[in-house]
Design a protein around this ligand. Sequence first.
Ligand code: FAD
Ligand code: SF4
Length: 476
Amino acid sequence: MGKPTGFMEYKRQGPDARPVAERVKDYEEIYSLLPEQTLVTQAARCMDCGIPFCQGMGCPVENLIPEFNDLIYRNRWREALEVLHSTNNFPEFTGRVCPAPCEPACVVAIHDDPVSIRQIELQIIEKGFEQGWVEPQPPSRETGKRVAVVGGGPAGLACAQQLRRAGHTVVLYEKQDRLGGLLRYGIPDFKLDKGTIDRRLRQLKAEGIDFRTSVHIGPDVSARYLVRQYDALCLAGGAMQPRDLPVPGRELEGVHFAMDFLEQQNRRVAGDTIPAQEEILAGGKRVVVIGGGDTGADCVGTSNRQGAAQVSQIEILPKPPQGSNPDTPWPTWPNVLRTGSSHDEGCTRYWSRMTTRLEGKHGRVNRLHGVEVELDTASGKLVEKSGTEFEMEVDLVLLAMGFVHPVHDGMIDELELIRDSRGNVMADKDFLSSHEKIFSAGDMVRGASLVVHAIFQGRQAARGIDKYLMGETNLL
Ligand SMILES: Cc1cc2nc3c(=O)[nH]c(=O)nc-3n(C[C@H](O)[C@H](O)[C@H](O)COP(=O)(O)OP(=O)(O)OC[C@H]3O[C@@H](n4cnc5c(N)ncnc54)[C@H](O)[C@@H]3O)c2cc1C
Ligand code: SF4
């Protein structure tokens, strides 16, 4: 254990955010790193509990949190990096964008602010890259087995890296022109600098993974062909079927899925040119984002950076309580009001509001009609509150209501894989699908979720595949 009295002596300290007026003018990351000595003090707040709830109940990849906290307190950074990498292939992604369910599960959180676990994770890996400690780890022997991974998001990348390190030949197919999945074309640059993906990809390439981008399995190369060519497959294609808004006026110009808007902006930052007739821009417009989650918040941050005249965000669910919520006690993930950095940059937020109709002029949206809703305790359903109809003037409507399931058309339909009741690919505890040599991981199995779950499942699918190919596995 670091410092037995650390949690009593030191207060939690988070990283500094760049001032709003400065950061809305660019797409660079918002937070800076803590000075190294401050981070060591933060690590000293860890109590090394007998049962580390942060690790066992909080962190989906089961990062060895008390261990790396202790090593940082003792200034043993390189060992801390090894401990961190032993459970998580890409801590630079989770260190930036993980909502950190480990932190509300931290024992210190019962009576005080939790240990800054995510920040410590981030700074361990950043120091690792800075010092040149993140080196390729190619396998010492080749098994001669060939595996195809479909999808270059965090699940596919984690799976590919694990399999390659176990000595298998790994070919990863990605339909987009660049790798990273939603890390690349969903999460904005101001939350995750894309250089962090390229930096990690250099390691994966040097380890010998064969990346084939701009190959859409299904339309370009048949999935059955892959089944014939490879000893095993891992499908990690995400869950990209967006939830639509079936209201009158949905077809008007100026109404778009959030992902179309966000992808374009990430491409612009990457230096791509978007054809003028396809551009979705918020500059000078009154923007309404429908959907109060993280994707919605990313639309808010991006709209403000593009110079929107006004940004509003509408959520159908009631406003969660502030601070704490007795319905979600420690160590569970608290359902409380969260205000992200994008909200701080300017946004009017509404809860308990449902959109009923969109109105337009000359084919372009210019008004949103809605009504307030409330929970009917008898039926458990949200019902309209009479007399609460409202209207909002709007020039751009962004639909950020989540994703229903993976895209079925193409690869999944072609392979006739069994799906669960929500439409996700059904897989067992080894992430084996209904086909004897096809495994699946990430959002494709779990439904739209988090980067940390995708990494975990990618690792677990690699374990399942290694066991299937070799009869046993040493992968964690
Ligand atoms: C806007 C947005 C913001 C988010 N912010 C966060 C956040 O802050 N923190 C967090 O933890 N999570 C966040 N998430 C969720 C997170 O990004 C996903 O849960 C995670 O990326 C899922 O990883 P994955 O590898 O399963 O799928 P994806 O990242 O979706 O990657 C799947 C890849 O497969 C490719 N593909 C699909 N089908 C085929 C095919 N047939 N052939 C070839 N390639 C194919 C796709 O092009 C894609 O690149 C966010 C999601 C969105 C949409
Ligand atoms: S991956 Fe997420 S949950 Fe796990 S230690 Fe890091 S921030 Fe916490």
